[in-house]
Design a protein. Structure first.
Length: 344
């Protein structure tokens, strides 16, 4: 009896493997200590200043209402905390807005991966009729009408004969977004700090790996690195997975990509409800339970869900301090807000 009691007590005091960190490092990576380098887009302080202004400027939308920050609000987890975003003319978008925080570490952008990087992603919403409903030409005309923007573009893209271009607009936003990285307790643990995570969070990490969640949600961003069917074992109900959304099939036109989506990156997931591409689930516990059923084929116990939530809370990181920028002043040449761009 005494031996059994001692064994139970020992398990309660240390209910996770002694080599937990080593096991985790085989699947995950801590955030790097320096800003990630971008393909064909060296990051400079001038680009970051420009990109930050563009990220917050609603005048890049046709209506003058919507900025990047409207749907990717840095004060609310890098998204808008809506089922699907509200865009031009108060239209509702088709999918939930992913967080912009740590998005630089994703294999591609958008739920279906249709943008290869943050540069390509930055161009999409500007031209989408349901989002900003603008055109590249109108965006550049707007920016060129303000001398301060012309000065900032010239500094950020020094040596270019025509620095104020739509490509450079996207590069500047990408440079700023690459700085939106949120180191979390999980990173401190991976880097050697045993006290960075609680016992419950470590138990949740163990479960997360043992149950198979980390098969899809791995790497630096704890997800965002691959594409998987939503409903690997069992199709989700139609109120979670709308039938009309075919996932990555719309990008590849490949039958195997029906209902396939990029695995959601889980950093700061406790801040980014509602969940899934449909935005239909507002409770993190419910989202975890659904994933257990449809992806793992297992009904997770309540205490297991609680522990996995505890682990996910260790992914909530420190958001960089971002002061709201003072934007360049408009001039008489600045295009006025409109409900529809001519020729669209």
């Amino acid at each position: 009896m005494a031996a059994a009691l001692l064994a139970t007590t020992a398990f309660a005091a240390d209910p996770f493997p002694a080599d937990l960190r080593e096991t985790a490092l085989a699947t995950f990576k801590a955030l790097p200590s320096t800003t990630r380098a971008l393909a064909n887009n060296p990051i400079t302080s001038e680009k970051i200043v420009l990109g930050k202004a563009l990220f917050f400027d609603p005048r890049v939308s046709a209506s003058g209402v919507f900025s990047c920050n409207s749907c990717h609000n840095l004060a609310t987890g890098g998204d808008d905390n809506l089922e699907t975003s509200i865009g031009h003319g108060w239209q509702k978008g088709p999918r939930n807005a992913p967080t912009v925080l740590n998005a630089v570490f994703n294999i591609a952008q958008f739920w279906d991966g249709r943008a290869e990087d943050l540069k390509a992603q930055a161009k999409g919403p500007v031209q989408a009729g349901v989002e900003m409903a603008n055109t590249p030409g109108q965006v550049i005309a707007t920016l060129r009408s303000m001398p301060q923007y012309v000065e900032w573009f010239s500094a950020a893209f020094a040596g270019e004969a025509d620095p104020v271009t739509f490509d450079n607009f996207a590069k500047a936003i990408e440079a700023f977004e690459a700085t939106l990285v949120t180191p979390a307790p999980f990173d401190a643990f991976l880097n050697g700090d045993d006290a960075a995570m609680t016992s419950e969070q470590k138990q949740g990490l163990t479960l997360f790996m043992d149950k198979g969640c980390s098969s899809c949600h791995s790497g630096i961003n704890v997800g965002g690195e691959g594409y998987y069917p939503f409903g690997l074992v069992k199709r989700p109900s139609t109120d979670v997975l709308p039938e009309k959304d075919k996932g990555r099939f719309a990008v590849t036109n490949t039958f195997d990509d029906f209902f396939v989506f990029r695995a959601a990156p889980l950093r700061n997931v406790a801040l980014t409800a509602p969940y899934f591409h449909s935005g239909k689930v507002w409770d993190l516990k419910k989202a975890i339970a659904i994933m257990g059923t449809v992806q793992l084929g297992e009904e997770l116990k309540e205490e297991e869900v609680e522990l996995i939530v505890a682990f996910l809370n260790s992914l909530t990181g420190k958001v960089p301090d971002v002061a709201y920028p003072v934007l360049p002043a408009e001039t008489a040449a600045t295009p006025r807000p409109v409900s529809q761009i001519s020729g669209k």
